[in-house]
Design a protein around this ligand. Structure first.
Ligand code: ZN
Length: 294
């Protein structure tokens, strides 16, 4: 079984393109941070699969963030994926939800927000998706139907050790080469027969062969995904500098040190009085403004 991979494929005879994603090490790393109750873990896993698939269908240079906020048992779910396949994500909950149906777990008013931020500093794109249907997969389908006006079907499977996802999308009319109205129904009817267990445990080539051996399928090169957090000492330094010296000194006086934990990866950044002094001295020094009067 391939690990932490995303692959594109084309069912040529159906005019349908698709993607498969399988995460295991990346998923283990994401789960290692927090002990997630079962239903929260399932929702987070689906969001990992969904973001990886979404990122694979969109051309972008930066990061894609899928976020759900609500006032239900689960109040925050966020997964980020960069164009080069670095993923991180977390969920926050008050009570273990009884269901993984999104509007029950996140609350009736919850929305999914998809943001794409570009490295080049272009205006970020933001899409708001209602949490419709019985699973996050339904929301993703809705997102594609509205944003790209393309028929899309998605399947997720989540276990404690792996996350898998399958996406099928009808080619835009301009790219269709077969005069075959039945292609989409054939492709999805076959995919409907796949069990979660099969999706989790079958390698991509075997899976595609099992489903589409009567069609003509092209499997493209895979790209790898991994759990990588973008937090760093430098970013934390800058955040403290943003707070201002007086504010940070106050915290040190009250608590002895400043401790900042990254919510995504649990990394801890600690600053004692000496570190704080060095940080602000360094900051002023770096700015080349050694004559500043305090
Ligand atoms: Zn981190």
């Amino acid at each position: 079984m391939q690990s932490d991979l995303r692959s594109r494929f084309l069912i040529e005879t159906c005019d349908v393109r698709g993607q498969l994603v399988h995460l295991d090490r990346c998923w283990a790393d994401a789960r290692a941070r927090t002990h997630y109750p079962q239903n929260v873990s399932t929702l987070l896993g689906e969001a990992f699969a969904a973001s990886a698939l979404l990122a694979g269908t969109i051309k972008f240079d930066g990061k894609l963030t899928m976020q759900v906020r609500g006032d239900g048992d689960v109040h925050l779910l966020v997964v980020q994926v960069t164009n080069d396949g670095n993923m991180r994500g977390l969920a926050r909950w008050k009570n273990e939800p009884e269901s993984t149906v999104p509007h029950k777990a996140f609350g009736a008013d919850a929305r999914m927000i998809i943001t794409i931020e570009s490295e080049q500093g272009a205006e970020p794109y933001q899409g708001i998706v209602p949490l419709e249907g019985d699973s996050l997969a339904d929301s993703i389908k809705h997102y594609f139907a509205v944003s790209e006006q393309l028929k899309t079907q998605v399947y997720f499977a989540v276990s404690d050790s792996a996350v898998s996802g399958l996406l099928l999308q009808a080619l835009p009319p301009s790219e269709q080469v077969n005069d075959d109205d039945d292609g989409w129904s054939r492709a999805t009817a076959l995919a409907d027969t796949i069990t979660e267990q099969e999706l989790l445990t079958t390698d991509m080539q075997t899976l595609l062969h099992r489903l589409y051996h009567e069609e003509q399928v092209r499997l493209f090169e895979s790209s790898t995904l991994s759990f990588v957090c973008s937090c760093s000492k430098e970013r934390t330094d800058n955040m403290l500098i943003g707070l201002g010296e007086a504010e940070v000194q106050d915290i040190v006086e009250e608590q002895g040190s400043v401790s900042i934990a990254c919510e995504f990866c649990d990394a801890n950044y600690d600053y004692d009085a000496v570190d704080v002094a060095a940080l602000f001295k360094g900051y002023l020094g770096d700015a080349g403004d050694s004559n500043t009067q305090h």
